[in-house]
Design a protein around this ligand. Structure first.
Ligand SMILES: Nc1ncnc2c1ncn2[C@@H]1O[C@H](COP(=O)(O)OP(=O)(O)O)[C@@H](O)[C@H]1O
Ligand SMILES: N[C@@H](CCOP(=O)(O)O)C(=O)O
Length: 321
């Protein structure tokens, strides 16, 4: 359950009075999510999401995240729009935490990704990359290759309790990635966490992208690598090359990628798998007893990583050079 900060009806009514939403009719905590506290609000003028930003989100990054949503929405990307209060501010305080109200998006996230989802996703991802081109703020990807070693160091001592031999295998993978990570590929604003739970659909139409709280400046192809991992493996961890082809082909119709980007995909896919493996492993080993949020399985990403280690070229993802 991702409601870490409880908000009283009185505090909320007082907070909402500074916006032009009409009377607050009801509100409830949202169980989904990991990082922040989220509430669904019904007011006279519609539905809204209230987010209270918890400790893992650095306050100095919030103008980037909120500004990016506003920028993308202004360029036709279906994502939440932050609301401005009467004082003009989108980022405010509630119950001692930074807080913002954003617009509510209709749709449901897919329980099991199908090929049509991957196709719609590819096009939306490319459009988002293009729409971010003139976003003026910058944010370094704190969870790229130079952020992985501190995470591994924080886990290495106990990694073998999760799977024997894991610490050594991860050390060797990280060394490989540190030595080979590309330094020059087309880059811009990326989402960096575009998992199925962050994409909404109605019937076969993609209706929205949410959760920009890992967005940053990095290689566009790294976002594709995140999506390959999150959308193109079946429940038994078999890679579905048709889904990958749909994702990449529909992406390339909106934004053609270069040979260098395609060639880098296997390595970027390994890196993206390691990134989610490490954050999950960290949460697995460090989550407090009795915590609300159930940590996600790190070993799912170890299996994905091992698949990419065997890949010899981008043809494995359904596209040839
Ligand atoms: N703009 C939105 N419109 C509709 N539902 C939303 C919106 N933002 C968040 N949600 C709901 O809240 C849940 C958690 O949001 P998310 O941003 O993923 O949280 P966290 O950053 O804590 O992981 C989502 O799974 C979704 O159900
Ligand atoms: N997508 C990450 C976890 C981050 O959760 P989110 O609710 O913020 O998307 C993972 O699966 O490890």
């Amino acid at each position: 359950m991702a409601v870490y900060t409880e908000v009283s009806a009185e505090d909320l009514a007082c907070f909402v009075a500074d916006y032009d939403l009409g009377e607050l009719l009801s509100f409830k905590g949202i169980a989904e999510g990991v990082e922040n506290s989220n509430y669904l609000l019904q007011a006279e003028k519609g539905s809204y999401i209230l987010t209270l930003y918890e400790k893992r989100v650095a306050a100095e990054d919030l103008p980037f995240f909120l500004g990016l949503m506003e920028h993308l929405a202004g360029r036709g990307i279906s994502c939440p729009v932050p609301l401005h209060a009467g004082d003009g501010k989108a980022l405010r305080q509630l119950c001692g935490r930074p807080a913002a109200l954003i617009s509510f998006l209709e749709g449901l996230s897919p329980r099991r990704a199908q090929t049509f989802h991957c196709s719609a996703l590819g096009a939306a991802l490319a459009r988002m990359h293009l729409a971010g081109a003139d976003f003026p703020l910058q944010r370094r990807n704190a969870l790229s290759v130079d952020g992985w070693r501190p995470l591994l160091e924080a886990c290495a001592g106990r990694a073998d309790t999760v799977s024997p031999g894991l610490a050594e295998a991860l050390e060797s993978e990280l060394k490989h990635l540190e030595a080979n990570w590309p330094d020059k590929l087309p880059a811009g604003v990326i989402h960096a966490d575009l998992f199925p739970d962050n994409v909404f659909f109605r019937r076969e139409q993609l209706t929205g992208i949410i959760d920009f709280y890992f967005a940053c400046n990095d290689f566009f192809a790294y976002d594709l690598a995140v999506c390959l991992n999150a959308w193109c493996f079946e429940q038994d961890n078999a890679f579905n090359v048709t889904k990958a082809r749909m994702l990449l082909q529909s992406y390339s119709r909106e934004r053609a990628f270069s040979e260098a980007e395609l060639e880098a995909l296997p390595l970027l896919a390994r890196g993206s798998a390691l990134r989610f493996l490490l954050t999950r492993l960290y949460d697995w080993l460090h989550h407090p007893e009795g915590a609300f949020v159930q940590p996600k399985d790190p070993l799912e990403y170890w299996k994905k990583l091992k698949f990419h280690q065997e890949v010899r070229g981008p043809g494995a993802y359904g596209l040839d050079l």
